[in-house]
Design a protein around this ligand. Structure first.
Ligand code: BGC
Length: 379
């Protein structure tokens, strides 16, 4: 009996290995199967994340894996590697495996409409994760952080740390294909604009923003114009090149003690490196978001001023709770809604926390989010 059981377990392990290999072959980059239940290649919840190239999304994958260890439903995580075509392919792979719920952070919010429309045709419940999918009715729910608050927190930090008036302000933004980039900038603008208008800041690197300095609320079109000029496309290299070009293009009056709105940690580190290496920049205050480990170290080392901590554990929990509620035939709880251009998408939103050198240990280490041993020089 024991022997037969052993053989049976061995067979199951072998079958699992074959399945994983098959999934990798078909799914291309970065697939991983998690959770128990549903054998035979059947998957209950499909999760699609934008790219493994940014620590932010690798972090989400890890937090999903931690959460999935506790679920009885079978799940699979696929990465789209910054390609909408790959993303659509990933969704099709998961649909073929019979998923009933799709949790998806789109690479491009508008282009992802096609992928979620196929999911809807198969009666799959679609949950947009962190990034909204726009201009389609095929999104059921949205779990997100308060993205306007992210931008406002970044801007508030620059305002609180600005000394005197006429402080040169460098603006950077995320990718225009990401709805969040608009929300972050909009949130930041609501705090920065009055301080540009009253002379605290002078905009150093965007003629579009400069032209709008007396406009308190920007339309989507106006935001698009500014983003078009100061986008990093969420790419640290592009951010670095832009920062270099900006610094080369300005005179000494736009150097000295300066303020930099950097949209996230990945871009903040590369922009900070560029500004730090300019002798005429005497001091810079620079924002970020995501509390990536590398940026936590930068904050400890005083190379990045702050980050906006978005506790991914909460987002993952909300998304999985929502998925399980749907699988059990019930209606998930939501706290508001977001207009995606086609429908009001019911949403669950989470708050964010400003972290700088003062509270980095309390918020990110004492809270159990990271281990103290992952950093050096932590006080
Ligand atoms: C996310 C940020 C992330 C950025 C780049 C945004 O949609 O909300 O956390 O840094 O994308 O991946």
């Amino acid at each position: 009996m024991v022997n037969t059981r052993k053989k049976f377990s061995l067979l199951l392990v072998l079958m699992a290995v074959v399945l994983v290999i098959a999934a990798c072959g078909g799914g291309g980059s970065g697939s991983s199967s998690e959770g128990g239940g549903g054998g035979g290649g059947q998957v209950d919840v499909g999760i699609v994340l934008p790219t493994k190239d940014e620590p932010r999304w690798v972090q989400d994958e890890q937090r999903f894996k931690d959460a999935l260890a506790e679920t009885d439903y079978s799940t699979e995580i696929l990465f789209s590697q910054g390609s909408s075509a790959k993303e659509k392919e990933n969704v099709d792979i998961l649909l073929n495996k019979g998923i009933k719920v799709l949790i998806i952070a789109p690479h491009d919010g508008a282009a992802a409409a096609a992928a979620v429309e196929s999911a809807k045709k198969d009666d799959v419940t679609v949950i947009a994760y962190d990034r909204l999918i726009t201009d389609t009715e095929a999104v059921d729910y949205y779990v997100t952080f308060d993205s306007l608050a992210v931008g406002a927190a970044q801007a508030q930090y620059l305002v609180d740390n600005a000394e005197g008036s006429g402080v040169p302000l460098y603006l950077y933004a995320g990718a225009s294909s990401d709805n969040n980039a608009f929300l972050f900038f909009q949130g930041a603008w609501s705090v920065l604009q009055p301080k540009v208008a009253d002379g605290t800041f002078k905009i150093a690197n965007s003629s579009e923003a400069e032209a709008l300095k007396d406009t308190a609320e920007l339309s989507r079109d106006q935001l698009g114009k500014v983003l078009g000029q100061v986008t990093t496309n969420w790419d640290p290299n592009e951010a670095k090149n832009k920062a270099q070009t900006h610094l080369t293009g300005v005179g000494a009056d736009m150097k000295g003690d300066i303020a930099i709105l950097a949209p996230n940690d990945g871009t903040a580190r590369s922009i900070a490196d560029v500004f730090a290496s300019d002798d005429e920049v005497t001091n810079y205050v620079i924002t970020g978001q995501d509390a990536e480990k590398a940026s936590v170290q930068y904050i400890i080392d005083e190379k990045q001023s702050m980050t906006v901590f978005k506790d991914v554990r909460t987002l993952v929990k909300d998304a999985m709770d929502m998925a399980v509620t749907v699988l059990e035939g019930n209606e998930p709880e939501t706290t508001g809604s977001y207009d995606n251009g086609a429908v009001e998408v019911k949403a669950k939103q989470t708050d964010v926390i400003t972290v700088d050198k003062e509270n980095v240990k309390a918020e990110l280490v004492d809270s159990g989010y990271y281990e103290a041993s992952e950093f050096t020089g932590l006080q």
